[in-house]
Design a protein around this ligand. Structure first.
Ligand code: PLP
Length: 360
């Protein structure tokens, strides 16, 4: 007797990932930077789904490789066998290095001790701290580390990270780049990279750079003052399902804390997504969603797994999908503003209950 297959229960929320938008953004950013891209897919590809993003991205002619934050992400990506280089962006522990090298992962190196401890077939990217003060060798120490890596035949690349490239004032970004190129001048030819998305948009092509690392911009977002630079397209639309439709009478309160009182009789749709899925709880009393093409307010507190929407006058039923954000209409930027946060945090906060679905 064969066991019955396990039931498949559907998710109540789904992120639709547009391959077309992703490939468009990669092409546009690579053209502006005038180099191929090292695409950051850390934090589950900025919440879009590691595999959902990495598979189509690997088909882009503009992609050199992928960047991840932590060893487990490198391991998960390597298991997809996409044939593209993977760079780890944060320091591995000494114990983790051999297994990462065996997976072909490029190792960030900031100290002579790290360089000396690399296994034989390691490929390293020298990390230079030019002012972010987060990771890397300070410029005055970086040259010796890079030279040692070069002697060992392990110096594939070198990189730095801008602290302010998405700010209107680019003075410090230029200073960081000057410090970086001074280090590079003392090293043999290698794959140098500096710009994140903000750097590509604000600084354009930078002399001597071989790669660029756009994160949020690759997923379709630019800081307000840089939105006119490139026509980026949001890669993700987020939808959730109506689970219940019901009425509330004038004077009744809705949701926890009774923060919202119905001013008249209302029809409510309860929607199956909440702050546990990453929809910001702080957007309470500000949030809107799109129902049948109309903007409608979320009423009362956003709960862990659900929230209520005013659908008075619309023909909405359980099972209908509504849009939380999309290419047109409500954007992640708006949701982030309602929640008092930034697009990065909203996107990376999307939880495991949200399906990621690749769409054309
Ligand atoms: C996350 C990250 C990026 C991408 O930054 P965006 O602001 O999303 O473009 C680039 N480089 C490093 C080192 C990073 O950690």
């Amino acid at each position: 007797m064969t066991a019955a297959p396990p039931p498949e229960f559907a998710a109540r929320a789904r992120a639709l990932i547009s391959e077309t938008a992703l490939l468009h953004n990669l092409a546009a950013l690579s053209a502006r930077a005038e180099v191929p891209l090292l695409l950051p897919v850390k934090a589950n590809a900025y919440g879009h789904g590691l595999e959902t993003i990495a598979r189509p991205a690997a088909r882009s002619p503009h992609l050199w490789g992928f960047a991840v934050a932590v060893p487990r992400e490198a391991q998960a990506l390597a298991a997809l066998n996409l044939g593209k280089p993977i760079l780890l962006l944060t320091p591995p522990t000494p114990q983790e290095v051999p297994a990462l090298v065996a997976l072909g992962v490029r190792i960030p190196v900031a100290t002579l001790a790290e360089a000396e401890a690399l296994p034989e077939h390691a490929r390293a990217h020298l990390k230079v701290d030019t002012g972010m003060n987060r990771l890397g060798a300070r410029p005055e120490a970086a040259v010796a580390v890079g030279q040692r890596l070069a002697e060992r035949g392990q110096l594939e690349g070198a990189y730095t990270h801008f602290a302010t490239s998405d700010e209107p004032d680019l003075g410090f970004a230029h200073e960081q780049f000057r410090r970086f190129t001074a280090v590079l001048a003392a090293l043999p030819p290698l794959l140098a990279h500096a710009s994140n998305g903000g750097g590509i948009l604000s600084l354009g092509a930078l002399p001597g750079m071989a790669l660029a690392r756009p994160g949020l911009a690759a997923y379709g977002f630019a800081p307000p003052h840089l939105r006119e630079v490139l026509p980026l397209r949001p890669v993700m639309s987020l939808q959730a399902q109506v689970t219940f439709v019901h009425g509330a009478h004038a004077g009744e309160t809705i949701s926890y804390g009774g923060l919202y009182t119905a001013p008249r009789d209302l029809t409510l749709a309860t929607v199956g997504i909440g702050y546990a899925d990453g929809y910001p709880r702080n957007a309470t009393l500000h949030a809107q969603v799109t129902v049948q093409g109309e903007r409608r307010p979320v009423l009362g507190r956003i709960c862990m797994d659900q929230f209520m929407v005013d659908v008075t006058g619309l023909d909405v039923k359980a099972g209908d999908w509504i849009d939380l954000w999309a290419d047109q209409g409500i954007t992640v930027s708006e949701v982030a503003a309602w929640g008092g946060t930034i697009e990065y945090e909203v996107l990376t906060g999307l939880g495991a209950r949200v399906d990621r679905v690749l769409a054309p």
